[in-house]
Design a protein around this ligand. Structure first.
Ligand code: GDP
Length: 365
């Protein structure tokens, strides 16, 4: 499963956020395949479409799809110099698919800030510097060998070298690799390098309780937003402390608390959805009387691969997928209505699955 790693300076609210995620986590019993790792929180992906499908079908079971967050603890400053924990910190980041970077945006004199002032721009720069330095080091290590191979006529090495020559000056300026543009061939090479700054980033502005209803009015949020825009990243504002309280409540209490706060949903829901989007993930549904269920696919996947998300047999023996868009399923009140209205499509092996598709796979066993 794809996972987003939570990073940030000390005392910015990472543990508080991760606690909120853990409390909101799925019951391992219902997800036997989920990793049992104390540093991983598996949450349901909130999706209103799922309850609407369930209302139409009235199934025995409703199963949302899930998403994983990984807690990446460890020191940050000096990490690229490779001292003990720092190395581990970078190695842990290398393993995740996206970075959720928590930035302190609340003012509270009782909570010490590592550099004694709340300054999102400085905090972001501190972490990004470690990551760019680590990438620079990975590239420098390979540079001489690759350039020698390129000189002796190795075409692949020449292509790699050209990518290095594009990346290196950017990193030297402190610019993350994700800010650069690559063509398809270059992108393949970049992907093979497993760089830290080529991963997608979502900044979390951890605002105070007073800004929970509309985090965008917080001036620190505005600063982070400007940085995110400039480097092709995203930002979401939440209050980690409030989220931790919210995730400990039952549904009814939670709704009351949210109303008091003037918020329509927990910020965690927004964080989950944005992380999901960041990884280019989409949801398709299966809807039967036994089970109405949401499944995660990577956008661009074709129907047989999506079938393979459910079971490898479905992919191997794929014949076709009876497909109804969520909008049609909703409008025509289910499969029968949609079919009668001519809105059910027979899709073959080249069909590119769309977010919201309700699918029934036909396959050979
Ligand atoms: P970490 O070191 O990044 O994991 O930070 P923690 O989650 O341990 O938080 C550091 C301190 O900040 C704790 O005392 C938290 O209670 C406090 N804190 C976290 N989020 C908020 C917040 O939204 N508002 C306020 N006022 N304090 C917070």
């Amino acid at each position: 499963a794809l996972t987003a790693g939570i990073v940030g300076l000390p005392n910015v609210g990472k543990s508080t956020l991760f606690n909120a995620i853990t409390k909101a986590s799925v019951e391992a019993a219902n997800y036997p395949f989920a990793t049992i790792d104390p540093n991983v929180g598996v949450v349901e992906v909130p999706d209103k479409r799922l309850s609407r499908l369930a209302e139409i079908v009235d199934p025995k079971r409703i199963v949302p799809t899930t998403f994983e967050f990984t807690d990446i603890a460890g020191i940050v400053k000096g990490a690229s110099e490779g001292e003990g924990l720092g190395n581990k910190f970078l190695a842990n980041i290398r393993e995740v698919d996206a970075i959720v970077h928590v930035v302190r945006s609340f003012d509270d004199d009782n909570v010490t800030h590592v550099s004694n002032k709340v300054s999102p721009a400085d905090d972001i720069e501190t972490i990004n510097l470690e990551l760019t330095l680590a990438d620079l080091e990975s590239i420098s290590k390979r540079y001489d060998r690759v350039s020698k191979q390129a000189r002796s006529g190795d075409k692949e090495a020449a292509a790699e070298l050209a990518v290095f020559d594009k990346i290196k000056p950017a990193l030297e300026e402190g610019d993350p690799v994700r800010t650069l543009e690559f063509d398809e061939e270059e992108q393949k090479i970049v992907n093979s390098l497993f760089l830290l700054t080529s991963k997608p980033v979502l900044y979390v502005a951890n605002v105070g309780e007073e800004d929970m209803a509309d985090p965008t009015i917080n001036p620190h949020y505005q600063t982070i937003k400007a940085i995110a825009d400039a480097e092709g990243a995203e930002v979401v504002g939440i209050s980690a402390e409030i989220e931790e309280e919210l995730s400990a409540l039952d549904d009814e209490e939670r709704d009351m608390f949210l109303e008091d706060l003037g918020a329509s949903e927990p910020g965690l829901n927004r964080l989950i959805r944005r992380s999901y989007d960041l990884l280019n993930l989409g949801t398709f549904f299966t809807a039967g009387v036994q089970e109405v269920r949401a499944w995660t696919f990577v956008k661009g996947m074709k129907a047989p691969q999506a079938a393979g998300v459910i079971h490898t047999d479905f992919e191997r023996g794929f014949i076709r997928a009876e497909t109804i868009s969520y909008e049609d399923y909703d409008q025509y009140n289910g499969e029968k209505g949609a079919r009668d209205a001519g809105r059910m499509r027979q899709e073959g092996k080249d069909y590119v699955v769309q977010d919201g598709d309700v699918m029934l796979f036909r396959f050979n066993v």
